[in-house]
Design a protein around this ligand. Structure first.
Ligand SMILES: Cc1ncc(COP(=O)(O)O)c(C=O)c1O
Length: 401
């Protein structure tokens, strides 16, 4: 067969996170700490709203931007929670998860040769989409600045080619959040740059201690800012596929066109479920957070007692300890940990080269799993101490630069 396929699609690979999760079928007794989805069920009333919609034959297409009622519920949620306003008629599009929101926004704004700056280590879901648009990602290393973007470094990276910056706080894979002081500095810098801001705040409702600071609450950026969000994490609705894009009217007209040719609309029963989640289940994320905090404290304490260097996360449900002291690449560390002691974690290299020297542990798992996982990790590390490894050192990885 001599038919070719798009060269940009041909080079796409299975994300590192999935590569590890996919190996697990061969390790039925392994403790899986790889996946980033809440282990709580979708709230009952949300499920019932979805079931009711199906029973009542609400199974057709909706408006391309999503049901007006869901857009209104989305606007009210953000107004009440963060005090910024978007017009449900013209400034909100309901998507098939945040993933489709990211895709629709980038396909609307990017052209061949454009560059997008992304602070890293970072979730692996952005780069393939950006590259399919013919654009390129330029990573801003945060590994030596507490995993937060340095405004000076950012300023130095902006060039004529920079079309957008993507921010993801609370972050995947580290779980750090941006405090208002740093956000003020970043906004002051971005205010003077002619670039789009794409802010993926899917973990905003999962913060521990201080409230999420949304960049969408800075009116000076509003005319070129897209807020990406959704219900996957906040309401444990990953399989329902409901996301939102919020942005200024003049840009959202174009985003809506890209979205509608891609998927017409989000699933209608899921949209009914979404209305219930945003209207009557606003306390749900806080209930989950109580549990996440216990788990985070437990895992953090165990990792530090094992002598691992780790930043205490204050959002999302991931923790990102350093494994540099063991002198092996993160992929090798994760592979050996799975094969020798039956724990699956994601190698830091799955989150760009700046994640090399780390592993990501998800604590969206019940306590008994975490206890078992930490015990096995400790046994693995102890054995490594007794039999030091002679493979290449991670000494000058880019994460140190
Ligand atoms: C940072 C980030 N953005 C987006 C997504 C995808 O969200 P959704 O399931 O709503 O498409 C994920 C999933 O893990 C994520 O971690």
């Amino acid at each position: 067969m001599s038919l070719s396929i798009n060269h940009k699609a041909r080079v796409l690979e299975v994300p590192g996170i999935r590569q590890f999760a996919n190996q697990l079928v061969r390790f039925p007794n392994a403790v899986n700490l790889t996946i980033g989805q809440p282990d709580f069920p979708t709230p009952s009333s949300v499920k019932e709203a979805g079931i009711r919609a199906i029973t009542n034959n609400q199974t057709s297409y909706s408006h391309n931007a999503g049901m007006l009622e869901l857009r209104q519920a989305t606007a009210s949620f953000f107004k009440d929670t963060y005090n910024f306003s978007y017009d449900p008629e013209t400034e909100i599009v309901i998507t098939n998860g945040a993933s489709e929101g990211i895709d629709s926004v980038f396909r609307t704004i990017l052209e061949e040769g454009d560059e997008v700056i992304i602070p890293a280590p970072i979730y692996s879901g952005y780069e393939p989409i950006i590259e399919l648009c013919g654009a390129k990602v330029v990573y801003l290393n945060t590994a030596d600045t507490g995993f937060l973007p340095s405004p000076e470094r950012l300023k130095a990276m902006v060039t004529q080619k920079t079309k957008a910056i993507l921010l993801n706080y609370p972050s995947n894979p580290i779980g750090v959040i941006i405090q208002p002081e740093l956000m003020d500095e970043l906004v002051a810098l971005l205010e003077n740059q002619d670039i789009y801001i794409v802010s993926d705040e899917i973990y905003s409702e999962n913060t521990f201690g201080s409230k999420h600071c949304s960049i969408a609450s800075y009116p000076q950026l509003r005319d070129r800012l897209f807020l990406i969000h959704g219900l996957s994490k906040s309401h444990s609705m990953t399989g329902w596929r409901i996301g939102f894009i919020l942005g200024p009217k003049k840009l959202m007209e174009h985003v809506l066109n890209v979205h509608l040719y891609n998927s017409i609309c989000a699933s209608l029963p899921s949209q009914y479920a979404g209305i219930e989640a945003l209207t009557n289940c606003r306390e749900v994320p806080a209930t989950m957070n109580v549990e996440y905090i216990k788990r985070r404290d437990f895992v953090f304490e165990r990792l530090t007692s094992m002598g691992l260097d780790v930043v205490k996360p204050n959002g999302a449900f991931y923790i990102f300890p350093s494994i540099k002291q063991f002198g092996m690449p993160s992929y090798e560390f994760a592979t050996r940990l799975l094969h020798e002691n039956g724990v699956a974690v994601v190698p830091g290299s799955a989150f760009t080269e700046h994640g090399e020297g780390y592993i990501r542990i998800s604590y969206a798992y019940a306590m008994p799993m975490l206890e078992k996982g930490m015990k096995r990790l400790e046994q693995f590390i102890t054995a490594l101490g007794k039999h030091p490894i002679s493979t290449k050192l991670v000494s000058s990885s880019s994460a140190d630069k």
